[in-house]
Design a protein around this ligand. Structure first.
Ligand code: ADP
Ligand code: MG
Length: 358
């Protein structure tokens, strides 16, 4: 699992004043996947048939439900697999067999954690100052949250990364594809064309390398993520974008009376995302709207819409704010690694580019 450490102070800064969300299952859900051995790469080498106790019929059931490899089964939760196999006992047995097969252990040494950390890769943002701030770019095996007010550049940022991930490694990409989940109907293929041209990619190829899904409600959004595991390894998807992560959840579960249910669903969703990021060594980038007071940007009055569930789930949180004209300022909060500081960039026809410091 990627690191999900948060500084206490930071979560105070971003607390949403609508109840204690920590009472929900935030801390139990993500641990559904075992801590894994460090050098486990997202290998597709074992078929589900190779798992002890899985015959042809079970294998077919597993595949139909999106468990294409032994690794998918090894990472599955008991409850979700019980839905496929008919009983929790059987699910537990098959998961354990799959874990043995692919060599997953529940305990690893710190050396392995260290090696695993070195296994992460970075997608350049295309903005030098921002890459420096992030220690190389957007990290794989982690969730990065882009938080900011309307117009702060979150959606532009997502478009940019969907192109950047396609670049070869020497140009800052991962030579991979992107999955773009759009909840607000703000995806603009024309922007992809502009950004791709500027970054030296064939625009048509760039468009072909972005899988797009419009999510119509929160259940649909969760279903898309569930189904994503079928195409991620097949298509070499290395970036998963959800723009916006919380909009549907907020509108469908308004108010205090729905808070518990909303947070529970969101927790589950975030746990699924972390799992995908981890298994497939992919970067997950989500956006979250911030309700801000005009005169205080980074002080207490700021509230990210998703509340604490996001604060606990996301590995990195980048706050974006508007500067003069097309200038935007990014700041990283609560990163376990990076000291807090700011980077400036510009939003232009060509996407995000270096901008003068303010
Ligand atoms: N082609 C473009 N050229 C320059 N600026 C653009 C272009 N397209 C969008 N923008 C800028 O991006 C801003 C919107 O940013 P967006 O990423 O949609 O914000 P958010 O998703 O945070 O609400 C607009 O206010 C506009 O200034
Ligand atoms: Mg947007």
């Amino acid at each position: 699992m990627p690191q999900v450490r948060r500084r206490e102070k930071a979560s105070e800064e971003v607390e949403e004043p609508i109840g204690n969300e920590e009472d929900t299952e935030a801390t139990t859900e993500p641990s559904a996947a075992p801590v894994t051995t460090a050098l486990q790469s997202p290998s597709q080498s074992y078929d589900v048939e190779e798992i002890e106790g899985v015959g042809r019929v079970t294998a077919q059931k597993l595949r139909e439900s999106g468990y294409n490899t032994a690794l998918d089964v090894a990472y599955a939760g008991v409850k979700e697999l019980a839905d496929v196999l008919g009983s929790e006992d059987r699910a537990r047995q098959i998961i354990a067999a799959a874990q043995r097969l692919v060599g997953l252990n529940n305990f690893v040494t710190a050396l392995e954690v260290y090696e695993r950390k070195r296994n992460v890769q970075y997608i350049s943002t295309g903005v030098k100052a921002l890459d420096e701030l992030l220690g190389g770019g957007i990290e794989t095996r982690a969730i990065t949250e882009l938080a900011g007010e309307f117009g702060s550049g979150k959606t532009n940022f997502c478009h940019q990364l969907s192109v950047m991930v396609q670049l070869p490694e020497d140009k800052g990409g991962l030579k991979g594809k992107a999955l773009f989940i759009d909840t607000e109907n703000t995806f603009r293929p024309e922007r992809i064309v502009q950004i791709a041209k500027y970054r030296g990619l064939d625009p048509k190829e760039a468009l072909k390398n972005i899988f797009y899904a419009r999510a119509y409600n929160s259940d649909h959004q969760m279903l898309i993520i569930d189904e994503a595991k079928k195409i991620i390894p097949k298509e070499n998807i290395r970036l998963i974008v959800i723009d916006s992560l919380v909009a549907h959840f907020r509108s469908e579960y308004p108010g205090r009376e729905n808070l518990a249910e909303r947070q529970q669903k969101l927790n589950h969703h975030i746990a699924q995302l972390l799992k995908l990021a981890d298994i497939y060594n992919a970067a997950v980038v989500v956006t979250n709207q911030v309700i801000a007071q005009p005169d205080m940007f980074f002080g207490n009055p700021l509230k990210p819409a998703g509340g604490n569930v996001i604060a606990h789930g996301a590995t990195y949180r980048i706050w974006l704010r508007k500067g003069k004209e097309n200038i935007r300022v990014a700041r990283i909060l609560d990163s376990p690694m990076h000291p807090e500081s700011e980077a400036t960039f510009k939003i232009t026809e060509e996407g995000l580019i270096d901008g003068e410091p303010q």
